[in-house]
Ligand binder design. Sequence first.
Ligand code: ZN
Length: 201
Amino acid sequence: MSDHYPDRLWFFAEKGQAAPTRWVAHDDVTKPFSVNMYLCDCARCRDALAAEVARTPRTNLLVRSEGDRLLVTAELALDVWERTAGLEGLLYLPADAIRDVSVPEWPPLWYPQRWFSTTCREDELLAGRTPAVRRVPARQSRAAARRRAEWLADHPDERLHDELEARRSRSHLRLVAGGGTGPTRGRRVRYRRPARDLRLL
Ligand SMILES: [Zn+2]
């Protein structure tokens, strides 16, 4: 492996710091997981994952697949691995495949969330729903796939990500305009529940 910065280690690159050493869990099954550590699908990597779960069940893992980016806790990954003899059960998209599994440079999943998929979040926003906090993997529904395909067909020159970000900022503006401006005359202003609040599944 070359020693260049993987795209997700921008934090170290921006600070001019060396990227943490890259290693694979089967090299030392007792070593605590650290940033830039990778898991392969061998039995020793599964043993290393089980040891990590015993120490720190909420260690975050980044799953890069052909069509998605997912974050999962080590505990959920081990559960899926033991029940299905692989990690593919973590994937959101049908017929997707895992490229690699590693420890990201920061742990973005907060309790009780154990699973996050970039594509799933986009599909929920596209459907006008608030993204849910998930403890188990979701699978893309046919309706969600159809909605996404239709949007992409209607907007060949736009990026779905940009559209969803624009919708978010519009809803934020509405929130401020509806409740946050104007004289309150000493009354408490009741804000609408923010759109970024997360539903719990
Ligand atoms: Zn391995």
